[in-house]
Ligand binder design. Sequence first.
Ligand code: NDP
Ligand code: MG
Length: 439
Amino acid sequence: MSELWPGRKGPHVDYISFPPALSWQTAFPRKIVILGSTGSIGRNALAVIDQNASLFSVQGLSCGSNASLLVAQAGKYRPPYLAVATEEVRARVEDALPANYRPTIFVGQEGYAKLATVPEATTVLSAQSGAAGLAGTLAAALAGRVICLANKESLVLAGSLVRDIAALTGSALLPVDSEHNAIFQCLAGRDQDIDTIVLTASGGPFRGLAFDQMANMRPEQALAHPNWKMGRKISIDSATMMNKGLEIIEAFHLYGVAKDHIEVVIHPQSLIHSLVRLRDGSLLAQLGQADMKLPLAHCLTWPCRAQSVTPKLDLTKVGQVSFEEADEEAFPCLALAKRALAERGGMCVVLNAANEAAVELFLNGQVSFGAIPRLIARALDAHAATSPGHQPFCPPLADRAKNLDDLRQLVRKAEKRIVLLDQKSRDFVRAIAQEERMP
Ligand code: NDP
Ligand code: MG
C-alpha cells in the first residue's frame, strides 16, 4: 500500500514520516483516541465513525472544559479512557457519568499525553485547538502511534522535532487539514517529479477588502466564514489569513518542501482543496465538498476508502471556479508567517503564541481586528532583537538519542523550551495590548 504514500526522496519533497506498518493498515476495527472530541473536528470525526461504525473502536475521548458534551459522547461510545483540562472538570464529568460506567479520567497536559499513549489504542486523532495540542501530538509520536493530525500548531511549534521523533519511533502522520490532505492525495506514490505545492485559500470573510476597511470589523463579522464551519480560533485565523500562514509552515514540515516551492492562491469557492505542480507543468488537484468529514474519512480509514461521508458533489451546479493572487498588504499575517519560517530560531513559536494571544484579546473585545498583525509583528521584532536567529530552535535528535529514554528526555527538554517561549510571547502581547489601551 506504500504506493499510496507520498515520496520521501524527491528533490523537492521529503514526506515527514514513513507509512504505518502493514499490521496497522489491515487491522480493523481501528482502535482510536480522539484528543479534542468535543470540538468541530472531533465532532466531525465521530460523525465519520458513526457512518462507518464497524471500522472503529473508540478507546479515548477528551475535552478542555465542555463536560456536558464529553459526558454525552462518553455515554455513547463508552471508551475506557477520558481526559479533561482540570480537576474541577473531572469532578463534573465523574458526577454526570452513568453509575455502571467508570472510565479512567486523566487531567491536564500530562493527562492528554497519557491519553495519547494508552496501550489499547493504535491511532490518535490530534484535534485540540492551538498550542494546547502539542503535548498530545509529541506523546503519540514518541509512543509510535499513527497520528491523524488536525492540530497544525503542533508542526508550527515543533515540526522538525516531530519529524525526528517519527524517524526514531516509526510513528506515521496523516494530515487532516484539508489542504495538506489534498496534497497528500495528489502526491501519493510520487517523489521525483514534483515542482511546487499549491495551497488554496478561500480568502475568508474579508476577501477583496483593503486593510483599513477591515481594521474595525467585529468578532461576529470575522467569525462568519463564507464556506467552512470551524472552531472560533481557526475562523479568526481564516479572516486574518494567518491560517494560510500557519499552513505554509505546516506544509514546509509535513512535506519537507523548500519554502520557495510552496505557493498560495486564493480560490473563493473552496472546491479545489489544493494542488501539486509537477515538473512538466501538469497540475494535480483534489476536489470535494467543503466539509472536514472528507479529509477525516481519508485519514481515519487510510489506505482504504470509507463509504461516501458527504452528499455527492454535483459538478454541474458548481458554476464558476476562480483564482486570485493573495494580497499580503491587506493580509499582513501571511508575510509575518513567511518571515517567521525564514528566520527560524523560535520565531514560529513566537508567531503562533502571539497570534493565539492576539486572537483571544480580539474575541474578548479588548483589541481591534487591525491590531492582530501589529501585535504579532511587535512580538517577532522583540524576539529577533534578543535571539541569534537562523538557528534551529530544536536541534536535531538523531545523533543525540541512543535509546528511547534518551529520546524522551531530549523531547521533554525541547518541549519545555517551547512552552516557556510560548508563555513569554503571550505575556508580551498581553502587556503591549494593555499599554496601547492606556490613555
Ligand atoms: P474547536 O475550538 O472547535 O475544538 C477544540 C477542541 O480542543 C475541543 O475539544 C476543546 O475542548 C479542546 N481544547 C481547547 N482548548 C483546550 C485546552 N487548553 N486544553 C485541552 N483541550 C482544549 O477547534 P477545531 O475543532 O476547529 O480545531 C481543532 C484543531 O484542528 C486546530 O488545531 C485547528 O487549527 C485544526 N483544524 C480545524 C479545522 C476545522 O474545520 N475546524 C480545519 C483544519 C484544521 P472544549 O470543547 O472543552 O473547549
Ligand atoms: Mg486548512
